[in-house]
Every structure is written in structure tokens, then in C-alpha cells.
Design a protein around this ligand. Structure first.
Ligand SMILES: [Zn+2]
Length: 165
């Protein structure tokens, strides 16, 4: 029953996906995504992933923006808890490396695919409580803001008409 259906590339993570999956239309082109996660990242900053004629986006140039962070938990995890948390984080698109030991999570990820905010949301959903001291909270809020600025700065802008003659 195969209709010889082609796959298309998820512009965020690069996975091959079925056309129409989690799809959206941007600049009259249809894009498909592996998950709501990638779709949401695209919607927030499409021009990290899709450029303009003659102006490739960061992701189209094969760029990744690796971040390494250390997250402090409110209390140490058991060995079993730590391996569950590691598995949850590895599932996240764009996470490159994770290690959980006691009350510290070390994580590396590609900011073009996943943000500190996403990671914290996933941790909270898994029932993990991050450190609640004011310095820790302030540091996390600061990280979100800095990542947002960095992402905004990486989005490509349309070429000016006067540049093309
Ligand atoms: Zn994806």
C-alpha cells in the first residue's frame, strides 16, 4: 500500500519526517516537524532555521550553539532517581550529554534545538525540584534571558532590496 511517500526534513532537528506531520506554513512554504517541541522552536524563531534567498539561516549553515550548564537540585537524587532523570533529559531533542550525580546535573545541549527553559520544564514534569535559593533562581532567570537574546541575535534578517541590483 505504499504510495512512495517521500519524507521531508524537520528544519529544527534535521530528522526525516512525513510531510504534514506537525506541519505549519511559513512564507508560503510548508514545513513538517518530528514533534510539537521542534514546531514550537520554529514558530518562536523561524529565521534561525529558514533563511531568505541568498541568506541561509544559522541552522542551514550547519551551525549549532553548544551550551554546557550545571543545574543544582534542591536535594540529592538516589541512584535510581538519577538514572530516570538522565533518561528524561536524553529524550529531549538537542541534548548532547547529561550526567546526574547527587544534587548536580551537568548537561550539554544545542541552543538551536533546546533551551535551558525547556530543560527546566522537562525536569519539573519529571518531578525534580531545582534549587530554590534566590541566587539559584536569579541565575536561572538570567540564563533564560541571555539565551533568548543570543537566539534573537542569530536569526537572519531579509536582505535589503537596495543590496541586490
Ligand atoms: Zn525535530
Amino acid at each position: 500500500m505504499s504510495k512512495g511517500r517521500k519524507t521531508v526534513r524537520d528544519p529544527v532537528c534535521g530528522m526525516a519526517v512525513a510531510p504534514g506531520q506537525h506541519a505549519l506554513v511559513h512564507l508560503q512554504m510548508e514545513f513538517a516537524f518530528c514533534s510539537e517541541h521542534c514546531r514550537a522552536h520554529f514558530l518562536a524563531h523561524p529565521h534561525l532555521y529558514i533563511g531568505y534567498p541568498g541568506v541561509p539561516a544559522a541552522r542551514q549553515q550547519g551551525k549549532s550553539v553548544l551550551k554546557r550548564r550545571r543545574l543544582q537540585l534542591s536535594r540529592p537524587l538516589s541512584a535510581e532517581g538519577a538514572s530516570i532523570v538522565e533518561a528524561v533529559l536524553r529524550e529531549l531533542m538537542g541534548v548532547v550529554q547529561v550526567s546526574v550525580a547527587g544534587e548536580v546535573i551537568e548537561i550539554s545541549y544545542d541552543l538551536l534545538q533546546v533551551s535551558a527553559d525547556d530543560i527546566e520544564v522537562a525536569l519539573t514534569a519529571a518531578g525534580v525540584r531545582l534549587g530554590q535559593g534566590w541566587t539559584e533562581r536569579l541565575q536561572r532567570a538570567c540564563t533564560h534571558q541571555v539565551e533568548e537574546w543570543e537566539i534573537e541575535g542569530l536569526e537572519v534578517i531579509p536582505p535589503r532590496r537596495s543590496d541586490r541590483r
